[in-house]
Design a protein around this ligand. Structure first.
Ligand code: ZN
Length: 284
């Protein structure tokens, strides 16, 4: 299943368009996209049996598929090649480097993001959508807690992110408005050949910047769920940004940061693609 947010209403995307979940379920499931994941154990069997006539769906009407998560976890330096380009020694990394993106930064998969001042960088990421909450979840039971995956961009303003004494301002530097594009849809695991090893990358103005595989994560998704939930209880509808492969702008020679009129396309195998446009604050 591919669950999306079409102009504020929960839909299932099919090859032919979008089926409105509220209408097709005769109100058994409401129109609120967040409620689908907040009540995932109830919603999933209803969705699986849903039949309806697909309606035309414009990409530009798609919004964040999980618009109001209670918690957003995000993981830094979780791919070896990205740790290498960042000059970090991961041999002593015995915990995922965890921060949050505040929920107000979320936006849809075809948004235009107004750039703040500073050095704004890209990070294509696999995002886990939690379907079943829990505390102290075992890694080998983690899959039961996943509703699905979506694409995320962990947009990051590097000057703010790295400012101040440790711990630096990761959560704020990555939470400007529009810094959390997600979507186009939450894809359930049954749609994916091997959810543990998917091609992931992004292209800036048509030029490939990141080209990796989720199988190269230092802490894989089951391990992340175990480690995070060893401390914080996970709740249905939470998001986990799982880190980015090599190829960010800050480590390029010369560095490359986002500017007005740039277009960033992020793709993950089986999850589709999102396309984000950028503009300067004074652009009209
Ligand atoms: Zn990131």
């Amino acid at each position: 299943m591919r669950i999306a947010n079409l102009a504020g209403r929960a839909v299932l995307l099919t090859g032919d368009g979008a089926v409105d979940i509220d209408k097709a379920s005769a109100g058994a499931l409401g129109p609120d996209p967040q409620a689908i994941f907040d009540d995932w154990s109830q919603a999933r069997p209803v969705l699986a049996a849903l039949e309806g006539e697909p309606q035309p769906c414009k990409d530009s009407d798609l919004r964040a598929p999980v618009p109001r998560p209670g918690q957003i976890f995000a993981i830094g330096v979780n791919y070896r090649d990205h740790a290498d380009e960042s000059g970090l020694d991961v041999s002593t990394l015995d915990w995922p480097m965890t921060f949050t993106k505040f929920a107000s930064c979320l936006t849809g998969p075809y948004a235009t993001v107004t750039l703040p001042e500073g050095w704004v960088d890209w990070e294509a990421e696999l995002v886990v959508v939690v379907g079943k909450g829990g505390h102290r979840i075992l890694a080998d039971r983690a899959q039961e807690h996943i509703a699905g995956y979506t694409i995320g961009q962990d947009l990051s303003e590097r000057i703010g992110q790295w400012s101040g004494p440790a711990p630096q301002q990761f959560s704020l530097g990555k939470s400007h408005p529009g810094f959390g594009p997600t979507g186009p849809a939450v894809v359930t695991l049954d749609e994916l050949a091997d959810p543990g090893d998917l091609a992931i990358g992004c292209a800036l103005n048509g030029q490939t910047m990141q080209d990796g595989r989720t199988g190269d994560m230092i802490f894989g998704v089951p391990e992340l769920i175990a480690r995070l939930s060893a401390v914080a209880a996970l709740c249905p509808g939470d998001l986990i940004f799982t880190g980015t492969p090599a190829g960010i702008g800050a480590t390029r020679t010369p560095p490359r940061f986002l500017a007005g009129a740039d277009e960033l396309v992020s793709t993950i195998e089986g999850l589709g693609a999102q396309r984000i446009a950028f503009r300067e604050p004074d652009a009209r």
